[in-house]
Design a protein around this ligand. Structure first.
Ligand SMILES: Cc1ncc(COP(=O)(O)O)c(C=O)c1O
Length: 389
């Protein structure tokens, strides 16, 4: 509980009702001293968990060296971040703009697509989530986020996510860009059929329409590859990254193909804080730290999903995921289970009405996974038994 936040902040967040004051690795503590396994990690930001010592050192050293440096001045920390980023970036991309959030990265991606093609429209997909600023909201699917905020960008057409037939029939003539999550996060960890992304790549390439791949949630190693689209061997024209890329410091990245980058001129886009030395130093250190953990992510994810599949509960409809981007789809609404998990010491995310979503940090151990599984099992049993009273 926080009377101050309840009184002073806009009422925009679905609150969990606990006040978290301390973190360490995969765990956080509330103000009563209760410990929780944190599989929310700031909605997927904490890819290395809390208080990673290499990130702390990078931030601390940078603070002692130079804290503020606008993009109009060159900076060594920014240089180091760019060198690290383009070492792991898809090979089709050669330039980046650094900003402060996922939605901001999306805004620029949309602007670039329009400027490059001279066209106005966008194709997005059912279930898509790209953020809540005007441009990002326009290509986000859910109507409930848009009500009362129009007019948004137009025209935007939403094709059925995963449906190759719809792709083949799509009209690209007025389209500036197609934006897609390689695995949909907010709508419940939806993995498309194997021919979906390669077909989309082939069609957009043939039509000369930039393909914007949104890796804000699925990227930075989350699925066991640096970028989730690499599971399907395709290359983006524009890619957005965010969440954990700044090691917990706000950072968004819009990475672009050379010829698309060349359409933007001095002054046409900017961000006061984008590419600041602190985020850059934290971001460069994050890439090096993730690199050490990347190879183990698929096994950790498989072990967690194996355990979820073995759960003794008839309320489980489906377990799905890739790497450490995992969903437990229930036959009942998630809410009671989410709060039972919270009471039992596990913080998780949710999607839609029935999905519990887990975005654990890459540092989790088998012990943490076993701990989470026993909390989930206990919580499901409590809810099941309640339903029979
Ligand atoms: C795929 C995707 N794109 C964009 C965003 C928006 O990022 P931000 O909340 O940092 O603006 C999110 C956030 O959840 C996301 O998951």
């Amino acid at each position: 509980m926080s009377a101050t936040e309840d009184l002073r902040m806009l009422n925009t967040f679905q609150r969990y009702g606990i006040k978290v004051i301390k973190g360490e690795g995969a765990y956080v503590w509330d103000d009563s001293g209760k410990r929780y396994l944190d599989f929310m990690q700031g909605f997927g930001v904490g890819i290395l968990g809390h208080k990673n010592q290499a990130i702390i050192k990078a931030i601390y050293d940078q603070l002692n060296q130079l804290d503020i440096c606008h993009g109009s001045l060159y900076n060594d920390a920014r240089e180091r971040f760019l060198e690290e980023f383009f070492r792991i970036a898809p090979k089709s991309l050669s330039r980046a703009f650094l900003s402060n959030s996922g939605a901001e990265a999306i805004e620029l991606a949309l602007k670039l697509a329009r400027k490059y093609t001279g066209k106005k429209g966008f194709i997005s997909f059912t279930g898509a989530y790209h953020g809540k600023t005007f441009g990002a909201l326009s290509v986000t699917y859910s109507e409930k986020y848009k009500e009362g905020f129009g007019p948004l960008l137009e025209p935007v057409r939403f094709l059925k996510y995963g449906d190759v037939n719809e792709l083949n029939l799509a009209d690209f003539s007025d389209i500036a860009g197609v934006i897609v999550e390689p695995i949909q996060g907010e709508s419940g960890i939806i993995i498309p059929p194997d021919d979906f992304l390669p077909t989309l790549r082939e069609l957009t390439e043939k039509k000369g329409v930039p393909l914007i791949i949104d890796e804000i949630q699925s990227g930075m190693g989350r699925t066991g590859k640096w970028w989730a689209h690499q599971h399907w061997n395709i290359q983006p024209d524009i890619m957005t990254a965010g969440k954990g890329i700044g090691g917990g410091i706000p950072m968004g990245v819009t990475a672009v193909r050379e010829d698309i980058a060349s359409v933007i001129k001095v002054g046409e886009h900017s961000s006061t804080m984008g590419g600041n030395p602190i985020a850059s130093a934290a971001g460069a250190a994050t890439i090096k730290e993730v690199e050490k953990l990347l190879a183990d992510i698929p096994t950790k994810g498989e072990n967690f999903m194996k355990g979820l599949r073995k759960l003794n509960s008839h309320t489980v409809k489906e377990v799905r995921g890739k790497g450490l981007m995992i969903a437990l789809d229930l036959r009942i609404r998630f809410k009671d289970v989410l709060f039972a998990q919270l009471k039992n010491g596990l913080i998780s995310l949710y999607s839609g009405l029935t999905v519990l979503r887990y975005l654990p940090p890459y540092i989790i151990t088998q012990n943490d996974i076993d701990n989470a599984l026993s909390i989930i099992e206990k919580s499901l049993m409590e809810i099941d038994s309640k339903r029979f009273i």
